[in-house]
Ligand binder design. Sequence first.
Ligand code: TQI
Ligand code: ZN
Ligand code: ZN
Length: 169
Amino acid sequence: HYSFFPDRPRWPARKTQLTYAFAPENQLSAVVRGVFARAFERWSEATTLTFVETASYGRADIRIGFFGGDHGDGEPFDGVLGTLAHAFAPPNGRFHLDGDENWVIDGNFLNGAPRTAVDLESVAVHEIGHVLGLGHSTVEEAIMYPTISSGTRKVELANDDVLGIQELY
Ligand code: TQI
Ligand code: ZN
Ligand code: ZN
């Protein structure tokens, strides 16, 4: 079963369009940005929320970036595996990914060794769930289940994820 953060924080009802932006220093390719666009699309299909990329990192509702180690928010990343990414409850909007992971897009390794591969789209769909206010689920098929095996691709919302997000929005 799905869960929420304590006190059930959510984005305000008047804000059905949320903007997102990428840390300018990351200089992400269109392919990488497309992965995030697809991940947002999964959640917009299940809700009345829409997501649009904006160039203004400082003003975006959701700020996405790849960072390594200590990156100044008190939650340092830890190198390969361990913590892969983190996102915070609404309306924080911070969505960080560990730049030291061996990220995989559509089965293609961006760098590093296959044994420690992590599917970027799967992690993005999961973290967007957190950005929107979902906690973890006890349902193994759910995107919001708290573990995933290395190399696995899991990008489709389960019924449980849809019920959770529709209860919140
Ligand atoms: N990062 C944890 C996560 O996103 C951080 C975290 C732990 C957290 N407890 C939380 C975030 C409670 C919000 C609320 O779950 S992680 C997975 C999964 C991680 C793990 O790096 O461990 C995914 C990030 F589910 F696959 F294990 C993304 Cl998909
Ligand atoms: Zn961070
Ligand atoms: Zn999580």
